[in-house]
Design a protein around this ligand. Sequence first.
Ligand SMILES: Nc1ncnc2c1ncn2[C@@H]1O[C@H](COP(=O)(O)OP(=O)(O)OP(=O)(O)O)[C@@H](O)[C@H]1O
Ligand SMILES: [Mg+2]
Length: 339
Amino acid sequence: MNEPQILLDVQGLRVSFQTPRGSVQAVSDANFQVRRGEVTGIAGESGSGKSVSAYAVLGLLARNASVEGGSAFFNGRDLLSLEEKELRKIRGSEISMIFQDPVTALDPAFTIGSFLAEVLRSHEPSISRREARRRSAQMLAAMGIPDPENVMSRYPDSLSGGMCQRVCIAAALLCTPKLLIADEPTTALDVTIQDEILSLLQQIKEEKDMSILFISHDFGVLARLCDRICVMYGGFVMESGSADQIYHSAAHPYTQALMRAIPRLENSAQEPLPSLRGEPLDPVRLPDGCVFASCCPQCSEECLRVRPVSTDLGEDHTAACHKLIRKRKKPLKTADSML
Ligand SMILES: Nc1ncnc2c1ncn2[C@@H]1O[C@H](COP(=O)(O)OP(=O)(O)OP(=O)(O)O)[C@@H](O)[C@H]1O
Ligand SMILES: [Mg+2]
């Protein structure tokens, strides 16, 4: 039987946080997919809802969060409707995650060897110490760590940031997950180490036919790894398409502005997304119209009044912009229809 091409299918995701200032609308009606054997990138400025989208899928949101709508189908099951116990089984076995700061992701009280053995034991309780050590050493070697036995006897604070991230990637892959979620995994590392970790992820994707959801604010990094890219702003998906469509035929004025601001993508090892001029967005009081309207050079009266729908531009390329809706007249669904 052919497995479906889409491994993770997130539709209409809405997440809010209760805060003393009021309800923060962090993610609104977000749609994104990860296909088998592919890397989907989520791009966006700080606060655009990238991490919250990923954490919502894994059931790892803070206590003041509520998932107000949407679905996240993974291998035929809606992760958003699973009990915590079932989700816990999926986390770390079918879906693993790596984070921005590898040093704090590791417990300083455990050697790398005991940490990795614990990861294995949590999914295979009957595994012997000897087998756990053998599998851990093998995985560290596969992650390009030259002397795995030595590294396994050490504590995290005696390893470099790059080495700690390799250990975290090894831990994430020990139970052969179908999907790896990587939230800015190279942002805390210096440029040469960042480059090595990206090459490692590229190699893992190819050798293991792994699907990856890769979150980054850095278009240089996304360009290296991603098959598809989803661009977020103010908790909304502004545009999504193949990496080629996003880099060479960006349709949304926001994506176009980002692309113009990165003139020499090929040569830039690290280019953070520039902030665009306009009113800073207040997530407690989102405007009625397009969230990008106050920064948009092509803003019309309608943009200020009505929230644009996500529009199918063909070949799995979508964007939410009135200018494009008028051209296409083929809306997918409105943000408000999900309320
Ligand atoms: N625990 C929380 N309580 C209140 N608001 C929160 C909480 N966590 C996140 N938010 C808000 O949700 C929105 C999205 O945050 P998120 O962390 O997803 O941004 P991001 O795109 O990952 O940014 P960065 O690039 O800085 O990591 C922001 O407005 C943020 O302030
Ligand atoms: Mg984040």
